[in-house]
Design a protein around this ligand. Sequence first.
Ligand code: ADP
Ligand code: MG
Length: 262
Amino acid sequence: MSLEATAINLAIGGRAILIDASVRVDTGRVIGLLGPNGAGKSTLLRSLAGLEPSVAGKRTLDGVTAPPRANREWACRVAYLPQTGDLSWPVTVREVVTLGRLPHHAGPWGSQSAQDRAIVDLAMKHADVTLLANRPADALSGGERARVMLARALATEADYLLADEPIAGLDPGHQLQVMELLRARAGAGMGLLVVLHDLTLACRYCDMVVLLQAGRVVAQGRPLEVLNPDNLANVFGVRVLAANTPDGPIRVPVARLPEDVR
Ligand code: ADP
Ligand code: MG
């Protein structure tokens, strides 16, 4: 079972944003999508999610050609967590998380079933926002907001989750907590594609990583193989401290490299 995009090409205003980019998300796996700012990570995620209308290429969901645009049925199976979640409405956190159930309900959005409520409770528990349930969603810290958006995506109970920088802005404890939560979802059978910038967390929590540079996939495979010093120098222009610790591998950027040695 997999969600797959093959040979994705996308140009905006005559400029190539994605060039023959392919990515595959298997169920039960966490795939990390890494690359510099502007490399096209969010655009690739949106393309895979069926949210980029002018994309060329092939997308399949469990071997079946995907609809060109995300529809209700698709949204039940593929959840998308955008990079910046705006939560400036005067509603409670619980109401925001309940929106994750929306694709499952045809017709007008009426009262939720006991099952919907139980799923929303579980999603809030998984994202550690249960204590925020009755708080107004427009009065949260950045980290709290990020976890609420994640809870909303989890409430869909989709088979695949495409998460764009879900740990950006979180404190270290919550970064680890969210990565553990994403791993647990994979353990429960979900397939996850996660954009992130933390090299150490990518090594620890991802089964595979895809490295994107200027719209092209330049490397993919096991994290420790892909996130090697040469690739990190070429793609990010940095030298990393690479070490193994009792808690697992670490990759810490320590210096910017001059242009001529990248
Ligand atoms: P990343 O998520 O890796 O930082 P993005 O996918 O957001 O990168 O953007 C990739 C490139 O596409 C950037 O150069 C960005 O400026 C450009 N881009 C993204 N969306 C648009 C748009 N709607 N119009 C014009 N350019 C865009
Ligand atoms: Mg982005």
